[in-house]
Design a protein around this ligand. Sequence first.
Ligand code: NDP
Length: 472
Amino acid sequence: MLINGVLVPFVSGNVDIIYNPANQEPVAQVAVGTRQDARLALQAAKKAFPIWSATSSQERAKILHAAADLVRQRSEQITRLLTLEMGKPLNNAKMEILSSADVLDFYAEEGKRNFGEWISSSHSRSIVLRQPVGVAALITPWNFPVDLLAWKVGPCLAAGCTFVAKPPSKAPLAATEFVRAVSDAGLPAGAANVVHGPGSEVGAELVENPISRKIAFTGETQTGREIMAHAAAHIKRVSLELGGQSPFIVCADADLEAAAAAAAQRAFSNMGQICISVNRIYVAEEVAEPFTEELVLRAERLKIGDGMLPDVDLGPMFSRAQRQRTKEHVADAIEMGAELLTGGQEPEGEAYEKGYFFQPTVLGEADHSMRVMREETFGPVAPIMKFKTLEEAIALANDSEYGLAAYVFTNDLKTALRAAEELEAGGIGVNVNNVVDLQAPFGGWKESGLGRELGHYGLEAYLETKHIRLGM
Ligand code: NDP
């Protein structure tokens, strides 16, 4: 763990083993933190806050750029750790680490644009300041343990806040090395801390302890709900990036090859363990056949294997539990009348015996009675349902408690705009399969979250507003 600028051993004396999901071999032994470790880290962050918040935004920018450079310098090592602990192929892991460095560079500059306001009234003048909220608790999941942490670390530090990060307990290695690189770039001791350990203990302490004034969380909707309830005790600021169940609408006039390629990539990459994965495909009935054929072809072309091997498209799933949930969702869909078009089971062969591998799966004849169309599978499954009219497709897409991302493929501008306006989600992809852009807001509607990350919105999440009124 990293507390007050130094790597410290555990206080509790417990250790945990991190296993490689591709072969279940041990990767590392890590400290298991306790509430006591979390408290020490919070106190360190509190002590560092007056120093870091008083540092000029230009100086903070220099340190954040240096941090980005250090992450790039150490990217080979962090990439390897990420693949070993989480399973994603090396090239995907490398992209994640490099994009995390880009986030730091972006917020280094964005921090300089934390402008205030001057307002003139008849009897007074008002100055509006935006000041750092204080110590932040940054709690993150295992599917993108470095990138999702960078989305928080960058704006948090740029705003002048200090933090304690709680990486996922079963994949804490790359995230810890990322924060270590940031800390080594010249931050005051205690500005950046990491405590590993179970969410129910370390995470809970970070949320409940009055020292933290801001909670930035990415994870499951149910965990987010609990965090929000606990944060209410001290009226803490919360940003929640939660689960998704993203619809993907293919209109009759769409470029079908492009749509199938986009759907395959976003449904299966990272083994479907992405909050904005394509989870439900709605295709116009007149083009359902060619679209489905192309999607199945693309699913069958993907190479599955240990992420450490070259040229692998898909690694293992993160855990036995993740794979089990995926199997259950596929079995439920088939029982409810879905047609298994490809995949649906573990790949055969010695290379796959010990890992949590699963074939990319396409299901036809899906409908909303199936769990795969209503719950977050978080696995490589693409269920397809046909529609007759755009109204019907939009109504089906909106028939969910989630609202993170939604996609529509069409070559008609009016259709695109209508769908984009009527779909209930924080991010709409029109003829693209990704709604993440470093410069634009990212976040969910409905039970997919609260607040926004990335762009200047990401910085605002770490700032409080102050009005200073001057009598004239
Ligand atoms: P969890 O909610 O289980 O865990 C996320 C983090 O919260 C982990 O570090 C976990 O610790 C910690 N935690 C668990 N319980 C508590 C608690 N009571 N108090 C404080 N912290 C706690 O999510 P997963 O790790 O399973 O991640 C998958 C989920 O993340 C999916 O639902 C996915 O949709 C969502 N997600 C959302 C994204 C978005 O931007 N909207 C992006 C990516 C994923 P521990 O590891 O010890 O359990």
